[in-house]
Design a protein around this ligand. Sequence first.
Ligand code: EPZ
Length: 423
Amino acid sequence: MTAKIEIIGPQKINGAVHISGAKNAALPLLAASLLSNDSLLLKNIPPLVDVRTMLSLLEELGVSFHIISDSVVSQTISLKTDSVNNFTAPYEIVKKMRASILILGPLLSKFGVCTVSLPGGCAIGVRPIDLHLKGMEALGAKIELKDGYVHATAPNGLRGAEIDFPIVTVTGTENILMAAVLASGTTVLKNAAREPEVVDLANCLNKMGADISGHGTDTIIVNGVANLHHAEHSVVPDRIEAGTYAIAAGITGGAVDLLGGNLRELLPSFIEKMEQTGLIFSDIDNGLRVQSSGNIYPIDISTEPYPGFPTDLQAQTMAMLCLADGISNICENIWENRFMHVAELLRMGADIEIHNAHAKVSGVKKLTGAQVMATDLRASFSLVLAALAANGKTVIDRVYHLDRGYSCVKEKLAGCGVVINRL
Ligand code: EPZ
């Protein structure tokens, strides 16, 4: 039997939520520990299933780690990589978490060898890794695909090159950035991802002794160094978690204080769109207050690489727009199959039509509780949000997706007067 969540709606969110460190920053940062000759101390790591999966992969490679402190919202973890003796990410782990590919750059750069299972497709799209592999080849790696695995070698080490990405790729940028850190000479990444998680990785690598500049722009320059040393780093707050709880205020007509630092800076397009839909944002100590105006106005959104509207908030935004006063249009430009939540929202009384990458969302007066199924991580929370606003009981099946990327959802919502039950 899979894990389920039962929610009786409607409920209103009212209170404060501590935003954890970003999953999508923590995963590359953990992988970056492989590059160092010394220990790496990471603070504000979110306690998530995906983080545990990355830790078990690193452990399999020979990394030793210990959890120095552990709380509901964050962990401090020290990693040491002086006994790495295995260079393979097996299918069993990669199929659970595609971000396992992030060990490719560090292992190839530091040890000249890495074997990683090809990830295969997933619920939101085909998700190829060709740009990761082309980038490694440009740095001088030899890549062979055999038996469902990528076999990468660089017996003479990697050397700097200019890499111009044809499309923006977040983990592709991160992987090649990590590979370039110990390569000889200078690497220039053009059309690089500008996501705050990429910037966080570059900042941490610089603390470890790397020579990276331009991160946060579309051109990143890496001057290779011989080795990296001990550093301490605190993971950037999770902008997607923050945005998700902001939408909870909007869809339930409530208010929430998002605590975790300068969140406004991390969510420029999202906040602009949410203000158009009727949410009110104000700066508070250590975060942002988000209040519903009592109205949900329709908006048009188009997902884009950062600083555009994040695809990882598309499903949650759609749930709210189901109750808007009019027609909204959503264009999903990043993933070819990221509307799986639509069929579930329809079961709750939503009115949505899909044409290829476009969804036309006609606002309805109310949603009603139903049995629904979570299809991916962000879609799972979109169903939680819809269920909080709906009349009656909703049971969400397959919520294991949720635990991959949102820490302590039940506890965080309970702190804001909202009850969800795990079945
Ligand atoms: C990262 O995935 C995130 N994951 C995703 O978050 C997020 O949705 C995505 O970036 C976009 O913001 C992590 O950071 C661990 P991409 P990533 O490479 O890096 C195509 C979540 O819910 N592409 O930026 O895998 C690709 O198919 C997850 O937390 C290639 O064609 O995404 C897509 O259309 C889901 N070839 C586009 O680029 C490649 O080699 C952007 O993908 C790589 C990507």
